[in-house]
Design a protein around this ligand. Structure first.
Ligand code: AGP
Length: 612
């Protein structure tokens, strides 16, 4: 949540900062601001900040906003509403310090009181402002010492960047629980909370660790612990597909979500590449760091994730139970760690996260490891906090996902779980024939996903009708229920319609009371052992005048039920959930587009949730 950028070098900082912020806007888009130091003989600090989008800030930027050192921020509000005053950077009373900050200062209230007692006037509602005052009040001889002294008083999480008019040759940055990446350029240095803001300038980067601060000058960087003892943090050059970071015009070409949905066949190929063993009908996941004896010793699998990652975790639990016959379940990581969970030595814990930053998932991993449990990660962002905190894992290779609504990352998560279940199954009772059957199914998926995506025009018409409803149900049973949950999540996230997921079997126990001609239901009806029961439920809905959209397989007999029918290609039954999820993404996207909403930046949300 929130995005940080910083630049020091030979070029004017402001345009680079604004460009970087535009690339980070998916992380928070309530307000934006930049601070630059320099220009002229006396180093002065200039700050511009504004509620709303980066383009608004850019339009209003004063002409002479010069300086070759600067920091910037795009905000997702935690303390105080989104307005100009609460926007970052924050400064001290004498306007010589500027701070941008991601994370939450837990003892901000106590620090505000303390500062007020010392006669400091705080102007914003934010926790960040205290940092600016604390740095400003320090009389230490270097900026590093001033920042170190301030951080010693602070409890909480931060990724932060500080500039100071009296130290115009440097930016000091710090990390504790909120990512910061340093980018090394030619006679210039960059810093950002996300690679997306750096890759246009450099792919030589260093990830700061928790508890580290760093000084950036135009010629290099130095890292320390917060007590200023030196650390070694060498920069490495990443091999990245830079086109995946190209900005997509807001709405112009459909935006990021559209591009990411269409990338799903390729993403599916990437996550499977080199991991399928057709000869022995199994998967090879070297990154698990477990041998066959260890995988055989697993008695239970517990999957942890948040939001859509939790729902795909439920799909993953079904895969593990069906293919490996190991009891498995998924739980919201945000709840798990608060209930003092019993950590069992023969349970394999699986953390699933696109960003690898989600704070609840990260803290759940740390809790499990503290209690001696083994955790593997299904993570997209290489080198992210969750990936590093796990004992091993599977990288998803979805490529950067920018839209807040997750699509291709989820598809690769599902395939990651399929690979895991296959490998676990084949070290147990899954036959080689069944293993080969699954592999053939997995290999067919990219083309089948492509086929579903080709029906976008038809889906757009259905979506336009769904968009008219204030409230909708998404229903499914067993394998279909997490599909319904994910479908409802995607729909509500970007259309702001009330979309509720229910088990089809539970309809008669309450929600049927809400069915009426103005409450449509999207039903997941695969051709499986429950088809008849599902079709019976469709009749019950139809009899009460409820409009129906049915995601099903070709040739499934829906009787005389009046509905909009969406057929997806047949796959192996275990793999049905992912093919049935794809049209729900397309429906949500087109419903939101019909309503004229900003699909990539839904209100109140941000791409990664790095605060509790
Ligand atoms: C998905 O569309 C959502 N924006 C959200 O639920 C997301 O899946 C969740 O916050 C978890 O994120 P992560 O995968 O980065 O951990």
């Amino acid at each position: 949540m929130c995005g940080i950028v910083g630049y020091i070098g030979t070029q004017q900082a402001a345009p680079l900062l604004l460009e970087g912020l535009t690339r980070l806007e998916h992380r928070g888009y309530d307000s934006a601001g930049i601070a630059v130091v320099g220009g002229g003989t006396t180093a002065a600090l200039r700050i511009a900040k504004k509620a709303g989008r980066v383009r608004g800030l850019q339009a209003d930027l004063p002409k002479r906003f010069t300086g070759k050192v600067g920091i910037g921020h795009t905000r997702w509000a935690t303390h105080g509403p989104a307005n100009d005053v609460n926007a970052h950077p924050h400064t001290n009373a004498t306007h010589d310090v500027a701070v941008v900050h991601n994370g939450i200062i837990d003892n901000a209230a106590a620090l505000r009181h303390r500062l007020a007692d010392e006669g400091v006037e705080l102007v914003s509602d934010t926790d960040t402002e205290v940092l600016a005052h604390l740095v400003g009040l320090s009389t230490a001889d270097t900026l590093e010492r001033r920042v170190s002294e301030a951080l010693a008083l602070v409890e909480g999480t931060y990724g932060l960047a500080v500039v100071h008019a009296d130290f115009p040759d440097r930016i000091v940055v710090g990390r504790n629980g909120s990512p910061l990446i340093i980018g090394v350029g030619e006679k210039e240095m960059h810093v950002a909370s996300d690679l997306a803001a750096l890759v246009r300038y450099t792919t030589t980067v260093a990830h700061l660790e928790d508890g580290e601060i760093a000084t950036l000058t135009a010629t290099g960087f130095t890292t320390y612990r917060t007590d200023l003892s030196h650390t070694s943090r060498p920069a490495t050059t990443l091999d990245l597909d830079l086109t995946a970071y190209d900005p997509v015009g807001d709405g112009a070409e459909g935006g990021h979500m559209h591009r990411e949905m269409l990338d799903q066949p390729a993403a599916a190929e990437r996550v499977l590449r080199g991991r399928l063993d057709e000869r022995f009908g199994t998967a090879h996941l070297g990154g698990l760091n477990m041998d066959a004896r260890e995988t055989r010793a697993i008695r239970r699998v517990k999957i942890l994730g948040c939001g859509s990652a939790y729902y795909v975790g439920q799909m993953g639990a079904s895969l593990v139970e069906e293919l490996a016959r190991i009891p498995a379940d998924a739980e919201a990581a945000s709840e798990f760690r608060y209930r003092d969970p019993v950590i069992e030595p023969d349970t394999l814990y699986v953390a699933v996260s696109q960003s690898g930053e989600t704070i609840d998932t990260l803290l759940a991993v740390e809790e499990i490891r503290r209690k001696g449990g083994r955790v593997i990660g299904l993570v997209n962002v290489v080198g992210s906090a969750i990936a590093r905190a796990c004992d091993g894992g599977i990288y998803l290779h979805a490529g950067p996902e920018v839209a807040v609504a997750s699509t291709k990352a989820l598809t690769t998560m599902f395939l990651g779980f399929s690979l895991l279940a296959l490998q676990l199954g084949r070290t147990r009772d899954l036959s080689i024939a069944d293993g080969k059957r699954l592999i053939a199914g997995l290999q067919a998926l990219p083309a089948q996903i492509e086929e579903v995506l080709k029906s976008e025009d038809q889906l757009a018409l259905v979506a336009a009708r769904l968009a008219e409803a204030e409230s909708l149900f998404f229903i499914g049973r067993v394998r279909g229920f997490p599909v319904a949950r994910e479908g409802a999540q995607k729909f509500k996230e970007i259309t702001y319609r009330h979309a509720e997921a229910y088990q089809t079997s539970e309809l008669k126990h309450g929600p049927l009371a809400l069915i009426s001609p103005v409450v449509p239901t999207v039903a997941i009806v695969p051709d499986d052992e429950l088809t008849d029961r599902n079709v019976a439920a469709l009749h019950e809905i139809s009899a009460r005048g409820g409009p129906l959209v049915v995601v099903t397989h070709p040739d499934v007999d829906l009787g005389d039920v009046r509905c909009e029918r969406i057929d997806v290609p047949r796959s192996e039954r275990e793999l049905d959930p992912i093919l049935m999820t794809i049209p729900l993404q397309v429906l949500a996207f087109h419903a939101a587009t019909t309503l004229g909403l900003d699909v990539d930046k839904p209100r109140n949300l941000a791409k990664s949730v790095t605060v509790e």
